[in-house]
Design a protein around this ligand. Structure first.
Ligand code: PLP
Length: 372
């Protein structure tokens, strides 16, 4: 029997989302004007309205995409291009701890000639200085919660400090876990991904204010305000709305439940492996726990954990089956030489039995990884 601790990577679909997907699976082209098109359009409108009501924005500000990565790309590249075309300086402000969906997008803009300034991060994984936001930029981008450590970033302060510079927020890890009021937050664009909160994989959301609107990064038939053209997947949109609504309805009780389990996991593992280092520092999502174990490497830890039925992640990107050092831990100044990392992320299906199993197995796994 395996114990799943990788909810930050992806979550099983909620039954409410499966039901919504099945109910909408016959929907045809929501852009067509004949009767079946109008029926599809009505299902899509309902999904858009439900999402807008749940996230404090107008339905027209909800753009359906194929992933969080695509939403990040449209938000960042699209705002950058729109603003530079309108005369803003070719400058981007970001952070060194972003998900590759943002990191690589910003790197691509740098290759095109953008000046990039990164807000520094402290040893605790939180932004430590926002001064780079004081000078004008075409766009600033900041994640709300870090996917490796769960550290929550001061996004409201970032947006307020950025002034006239539009800010894109990568909210992929927080959507469904924290309340989001898009208008109160003041972000220009915000990205999310349905499979992180129990919706289908391959479905994302971009919230985009009317102005300044991002330029499209692909061109086509003008759907989704022309910002994300292509025939919309009505069933995925409907399932995304259902998953979001249910996860928000359970938000407080789930956060409290998962926090108790996560804290127990952390305390028991730190007691059993006294030199382990906890890299998840408050304020952080209650679902995340990142630990490093001196004298080990992530590949051995993950292989041994998998053999023992513990499905966790290293947190960092895996390339051809080998884990690279984490750019997030590097930015935090954490020593990764001979120090493997494990990220445990908990979710709706996590039970006390899962935590007990991890606490039973991990100490001996660390011991064995040290002798590899
Ligand atoms: N941003 C963050 C913070 C993430 O954690 C992820 C996924 O892990 C993404 C973006 C990309 O989302 P998607 O898998 O939908 O492309």
């Amino acid at each position: 029997m395996s114990h799943y601790f990788d909810y930050a990577a992806t979550q099983p679909m909620r039954q409410a989302a499966v039901d919504a997907w099945v109910a909408a699976s016959g929907a045809l082209n929501a852009g067509a004007t004949y009767a079946s098109g109008r029926r599809a359009r009505s299902v899509l409108d309902d999904a858009r309205e439900s999402i807008a009501a749940d996230l404090g924005c107008e339905p027209i500000e909800v753009i359906f995409t194929s992933s969080g990565t695509e939403a990040d790309n449209i938000g960042i590249q699209g705002l950058y291009r729109a603003r530079v075309a309108a005369g803003a300086p070719a400058r981007v402000v970001s952070t060194p701890i972003e998900h590759p969906g943002v990191l690589e997008t910003v790197a691509a803009l740098a290759k095109e000639g953008a000046t990039v300034d990164l807000l520094p991060v402290g040893h605790d994984g939180h932004l430590s200085d926002l001064a780079a936001l004081d000078a004008p930029a075409a766009v600033a981008t900041c994640m709300w919660a870090n996917n490796e450590t769960g550290a929550l970033q001061p996004v409201k302060e970032v947006i307020d400090r950025a002034g006239e510079t539009p800010v894109h927020i990568d909210a992929v890890q927080v959507m469904g876990k924290l309340p989001i009021d898009f208008h109160a937050l003041g972000a220009t664009t915000l990205a999310a991904s349905a499979h992180k909160f129990g919706g289908p994989r391959g479905a994302g959301l971009l919230l985009a204010r009317r102005s300044p609107a991002p330029q499209p990064i692909a061109y086509g038939g003008g759907q989704e305000r022309g910002i994300r053209p292509g025939t919309v997947d009505v069933a995925a949109a409907s399932a995304t709305a259902a998953a979001l609504h249910e996860s928000l309805a359970e938000l407080e009780s789930e956060a409290a439940r998962v926090r108790v389990l996560r804290d127990a996991l952390r305390d028991r593992l730190l007691a059993a492996v006294p030199d382990a280092i906890c890299n998840t520092h408050e304020p952080a999502l209650p679902s995340h726990l990142h630990l490093t174990f001196p004298g080990t490497d992530s590949d051995s830890l993950l292989m041994l954990a998998d053999a023992a039925g513990i499905e966790a992640s290293a947190g960092s990107a895996c390339h051809a089956g080998v884990y690279r050092p984490s750019h997030v831990l590097e930015a935090m100044g954490i020593d990764q030489d001979h120090s493997g990392g494990l990220r445990f992320t908990l979710g709706p299906g996590t039970t006390q039995a899962d935590v007990d199993a991890a606490c039973q197995e991990i100490p001996s796994i660390v011991e064995r990884a040290r002798s590899v």
